[in-house]
Design a protein around this ligand. Structure first.
Ligand SMILES: [Mg+2]
Length: 282
């Protein structure tokens, strides 16, 4: 791991003579720093976002997060299932998060795979009970959908290759009281009504009692759109799909459009929102 960014941040206060005023100033700074930074959360998508850009970009971001001494929670918000993410964490490809919003918002877990709160999953189960029995039947006549089997228990997912009648597929899903979500021009997710990444972000912020101004979300495709509609500061990374940009409101000061891709875009966005003051790009 490289030099500690936190040390660089406080270095102007601790260089030179270690006189009492300097110690007092340093202690005051630390108290204020911890007070104003506590309980922040970064919610980030994985593919194309935290996993986008270079490994160096990701390491710079995660090194800085760790240097904050637990003042910032890291939460993945992804379409991947926990079983798919765990090997990446164990292999060091991803940092260990504080929590995982998996399966497009239908699973909310701690890093060890335990539910964050069983009551939240029970809420989703109730919404999913009926549609889960009807999804395949509703989509049986639509050509081009390929079922994905390694997903969580509260959604069904498909991949597709155009041409495909997506409008008909979406209408078939809405008819059984579920939601259809198309993203990245290849994924077709069937979700419990009203459940998505944005719902899960809001639910988790309520659970942890985090203020909107203390959260940031980051993403790159249409399945991240619901996070951008929560109303918290948001980062669209530079490699975002055009359909996401078109779906976003044109004048939203809480949404930052990064130039850099993936993790470097998150880094730019966190600078824009004042979370750090290091150069946006090296
Ligand atoms: Mg993505």
């Amino acid at each position: 791991m490289g030099s500690n960014p936190a040390s660089r941040a406080i270095s102007p206060l601790i260089t030179g003579n270690s006189s009492k005023p300097d110690h007092w100033l340093f202690s005051t700074y630390l108290i204020l720093y911890k007070y104003f930074n506590k309980n922040r959360i970064l919610f980030t998508d994985l593919d194309g976002t935290l996993l986008g850009g270079t490994r160096q970009d990701r390491d710079r971001l995660t090194d800085w997060l760790w240097s904050q001494n637990g003042q910032i929670k890291l939460v993945f918000a992804t379409g991947r299932s926990f079983e798919n993410i765990a090997p990446l964490i164990q292999a060091g490809e991803l940092p260990e998060p504080d929590a995982i919003i998996g399966d497009v918002g239908t699973s909310l877990m701690l890093a060890n795979g335990d539910p964050i709160c069983p009551r939240i999953h029970a809420e989703i189960d109730t919404l999913w009970a009926l549609p889960s029995q009807l999804v395949e039947q509703q989509l049986a006549g639509i050509q081009g959908l390929v079922a994905q089997h390694k997903t969580g228990p509260r959604r069904q997912s498909f991949t597709f290759t155009p041409p495909i009648d997506l409008q008909r597929a979406c209408q078939a899903i809405e008819a059984i009281g579920a939601d259809a979500l198309v993203s990245d021009n290849q994924y077709f997710d069937v979700l419990p009504k009203g459940i998505h990444k944005g719902w899960a972000v809001r639910r988790l912020m309520d659970h942890w009692q985090v203020k909107p101004e203390h959260a940031v979300v980051a993403g790159d495709t249409l399945n991240d759109l619901a996070m951008f509609q929560v109303g918290v500061p948001a980062i669209v990374v530079g490699n975002a799909e055009p359909a996401l940009r078109q779906a976003l409101p044109s004048n939203s000061p809480h949404i930052f459009q990064a130039q850099a891709h993936g993790a470097a875009g998150i880094w730019q966005g966190l600078s824009h929102f004042g979370w750090h003051q290091y150069p946006q790009e090296n």
